[in-house]
Design a protein around this ligand. Structure first.
Ligand SMILES: [Fe+2]
Ligand SMILES: [Fe+2]
Length: 382
């Protein structure tokens, strides 16, 4: 696919926070890419079960969506996004405190950089997908929405890259666009996965933001001060996907409910395992990762009731212990890969089997069913 960005003109924005289109943002990023570092880009290039991926889909099917059944809510949401309350917000200002990267505990530094790279890749993954949809589509409702969402994600990714650049690393986003592998998902899987990632993204950002409001002594980096407006963007994106799904009731009925259950389980489990890989980061934030996971799952489940007829039973007696098993299997899997050789191979198979069995146990925990409301629209309330 061709994602070459046009050059910015003299009057164009010079910072991604002020860019009003993803294209403009790409051009700015391209300028900055001269300073981007190879190691960070390599981390962002990784494709494992736990690292953010880039997606592609059947854009014609997406383009054929008719939003008339949800027109009223749709127009309201688009008007909100068009008003662009966060233009200019995602850049360093006087609230940006000095970050002592050299004085930072090395374990924290490593995990935090890893967190930033992975967040930047995830933001950019959304940007690339939305931008491509906007480019390929001809349905003005759909292209308008995707253009607005691509704009936001480009700003988010650009801002994280600003933070990384201070640490002497940054992700070369242009390079990623061209070289990272794209995973094909049919549109309905894009709806489930992207809707969930937007809503869980909101829940993650707002939970950290609220926690740090109460415990500012744990705010070891200024970027957390920006999380409130940030998560409101993600909230709107989630709202848009809820409306898209609402246009076709089949998407949330019958066999598709099993897919919804699969995506909920996969997204929750991935978050749990990935967060537990960063103990120093969570300790510095003063957050117990088990508490954090439970909090984020609770908020996300509450939100997803707007469109999904089921939620996972995260209070089930098997839920938490099985997440722990999955996480341990993942740690062992990592160690076995590093060990290599015959013994490493045997250990790897055993760890994979344990991980698969834990995932299956999570998947087969009975869900909680409920009535979905007529209108999906929600406002950020946490
Ligand atoms: Fe974002
Ligand atoms: Fe988003």
């Amino acid at each position: 696919m061709n994602l070459q960005a046009p050059q910015t003109g003299d009057q164009g924005a010079t910072h991604t926070a002020d860019a009003t289109t993803a294209e403009e943002s790409f051009a700015i990023q391209k300028e900055q890419a001269k300073f981007d570092s190879k190691a960070a880009t390599e981390v962002a290039m990784q494709n494992t079960l736990l690292t953010p991926r880039f997606y592609t889909t059947d854009f014609d099917e997406l383009d054929a969506i008719d939003v008339s059944p949800v027109r009223k809510d749709w127009d309201k949401l688009i008007a909100q996004m068009e008003a662009d309350p966060n233009k200019g917000h995602f850049k360093k200002n006087e609230d940006w405190d000095h970050v002592d990267w050299d004085g930072m505990d090395p374990a924290l530094r490593k995990e935090f950089i890893d967190f930033l790279i992975s967040s930047c890749t995830a933001e950019f993954s959304g940007c690339v997908l939305y931008k491509e949809m906007k480019r390929r589509g001809s349905n003005s409702d759909i292209t308008q929405l995707f253009q607005l969402m691509a704009r936001d994600e480009a700003r988010h990714a650009g801002f994280i890259n600003d933070a990384l650049r201070e640490a002497g690393v940054a992700v070369n986003l242009g390079f990623l666009t061209q070289k990272k592998k794209y995973t094909y998902f049919r549109p309905k899987f894009i709806y489930y996965a992207t809707y969930l990632s937007e809503k869980i993204g909101y829940a993650r950002y707002i939970t950290i933001f609220r926690h740090l409001e109460e415990h500012p002594e744990h705010r070891f980096h200024p970027i957390f001060k920006w999380f409130q407006e940030w998560c409101n963007d993600e909230f709107s994106h989630g709202e848009a996907f809820a409306l898209l799904m609402k246009t076709d009731p089949k998407l949330t009925r019958g066999r598709n409910v099993l897919w919804i259950k699969f995506f909920l389980t996969a997204v929750y489990a991935t978050m749990y395992v990935r967060d537990h890989q960063r103990p120093a980061f969570h300790k510095a934030l003063g957050v117990d990762p088990d508490w954090y996971a439970h909090e984020v799952f609770t908020k996300t489940s509450e939100l997803t009731k707007q469109i999904f007829p089921i939620t996972l039973d995260i209070e089930h007696r098997k839920w938490q212990p099985t997440l722990v098993k999955l996480q341990r299997a993942n740690v062992d899997l990592d160690a076995a890969r590093k060990q290599g050789g015959v013994m490493g191979f045997v250990k790897k198979l055993s760890a994979q089997a344990r991980a698969a069995s834990a995932f299956a146990t999570l998947y087969f925990i009975p869900t909680q069913k409920h009535q979905v409301p007529d209108s999906t629209r929600l406002e950020p309330a946490y």
